[in-house]
Design a protein around this ligand. Structure first.
Ligand code: 6PG
Length: 238
């Protein structure tokens, strides 16, 4: 699979992401009888979730797939900021197992509870849950999930979930899968559209110490793959 894939717009990108993701999930289910898909928050991936529902609702046995929310904003679970709430409106009809946090509590309590929910997932060679497919968004500052540049969210952890405060991207309080959790990622797809992400994509694809590049390096060091799906305005110039 080509490392950087360029699409005309977010709809075409979403359709491609859905098609490639369903193949990865089907292969994982065939191999292990089970697949885990970590979902990205934010707005970019929403057309991709819609494409999965529209075109692939019958493409595999979704009851063998577990959907996991990659990060969540602290606040009402049915509030406008809640990543899972936005995604579930689209994929709610898919009969997968769904693992998402209760964000209507302190970040520490939400992280602790979510850690327990994730601890039952089958582990891979790195001793953390095997994440067959991980969708990631990216911010113009190079953040991904709720891992931010020069921020405590990047500090080493013995767990999988980190409580985040003072997020540069509102809301301030969040929880997130952390760098240790990303050691279990098999296939990562970074989804990015818009001119405001072109510079950071070009830098991150080459490698640097921004969160998205740190995650990519961790994944590839653990024999995982990273694919960058971008629209024309976010595509690296060279
Ligand atoms: C969040 C996301 C965050 C998001 C990026 C891109 O909860 O805010 O996890 O990492 O993926 O900020 O967001 P957009 O896709 O909306 O640009």
């Amino acid at each position: 699979m080509k490392k950087v894939q360029v699409f005309a717009d977010k709809t075409e990108l979403g359709e491609a992401a859905a098609k490639q993701s369903v193949k990865i999930l089907k292969d994982a289910v065939a191999r292990n009888g089970y697949a885990v898909w970590v979902l990205a928050g934010g707005s970019t991936p929403l057309p991709g979730y819609q494409a999965v529902v529209d075109k692939y609702a019958d493409a595999l046995d979704w009851t063998k797939v577990t959907l996991v929310m990659g990060d969540e904003r602290i606040g009402p679970n049915d509030g406008p900021d809640n990543n899972w709430h936005a995604i579930d409106k689209i994929i709610g009809k898919i009969h997968a197992t769904k693992v998402f946090p209760n964000a209507d509590q302190s970040a520490e309590d939400a992280a602790e509870e979510y850690e327990v929910q994730l601890s039952v997932l089958p582990k891979g060679d790195a001793g953390v849950p095997r994440l067959d497919l991980v969708w990631l968004g990216i911010g113009p500052d190079g953040h991904t999930l709720s891992l931010f540049p020069n921020h405590a969210s990047l500090l080493p952890s013995g767990g999988l979930v980190t409580a985040v405060h003072d997020s540069p991207k509102p809301p301030a309080d969040r929880i997130t899968l952390n760098l240790r959790a990303m050691q279990g990622a098999e296939h990562v797809m970074v989804l990015a559209t818009g001119k405001d992400k072109q510079k950071i994509i070009a830098q991150a694809v080459k490698g640097n110490n921004l969160p998205i590049a740190l995650v990519a390096r961790i994944v590839e060091t653990h024999e995982g793959s990273v694919t960058w799906l971008v629209d024309k305005s976010a595509a690296p110039a060279d």
